[in-house]
Design a binder for this molecule. Structure first.
Ligand code: S3P
Length: 169
């Protein structure tokens, strides 16, 4: 089984989809943001505030090397900027969870923990900047993806079915 790497913009639902995929398959799941938080023993928000984005990206880079070398049969969910690592293609099959910017924001705001979800993501502090980042990244996400799943108005379960079907092909 090749690794599956979930990429996509902040808040698109990578974590929820990852949790659903492992319920219906034999993949083990890891999340690059969770790994970073446990390696650093602090929240991403604090890493950004205390050491800056460059420091964070460097940890992502180190994790990408480890994933390529040492991780197999795994569903890897990533932070929204992780796709920039140089070796992404070598890590596994890249699955993009795709949705329009407004739909992603609507979805985060509808969540019972919306305030927390917005607060923990430093790059969503300023909506204008976040939209700009989305517009820059979306073509890059599409270019890298082996599989694109439009997640708009779909449950994590529906997305999972689609992913597992497409990965098997
Ligand atoms: C980031 C996305 C975040 C987290 C960090 C940076 C980004 O992960 O890695 O705040 O650059 O898009 P999520 O996509 O899980 O929110």
């Amino acid at each position: 089984m090749k690794n599956i790497i979930l990429i996509g913009f902040m808040g698109v639902g990578k974590g929820s989809v990852a949790r659903e995929v492992i319920k219906h398959s034999n993949y083990i799941a890891i999340d690059t943001d969770d790994l970073i938080e446990s390696m650093e023993n602090r929240k991403i928000k604090n890493i950004f505030e205390q050491d800056g984005e460059k420091y964070f990206r460097n940890i992502e880079h180190n994790i990408s090397l480890w994933l390529e070398k040492s991780v197999k049969n795994t569903l890897i969910s990533t932070g929204g900027g992780f796709y920039k690592v140089e070796n992404l293609k070598k890590i596994g099959t890249i699955v993009l969870l795709d949705s329009p910017f407004d739909e992603i924001i609507k979805r985060i705001k509808a969540h019972p923990n919306a305030t927390k979800k917005l607060k923990k993501r430093p790059l969503l502090n300023d909506m204008k900047k976040a939209k700009k980042l989305y517009d820059e990244r979306r073509p890059e996400y599409l270019k890298l993806a082996d599989i694109v799943v439009d997640v708009t108005n779909k449950s994590a379960k529906e997305c999972t079915k689609e992913i597992l079907k497409k990965v098997k092909k």
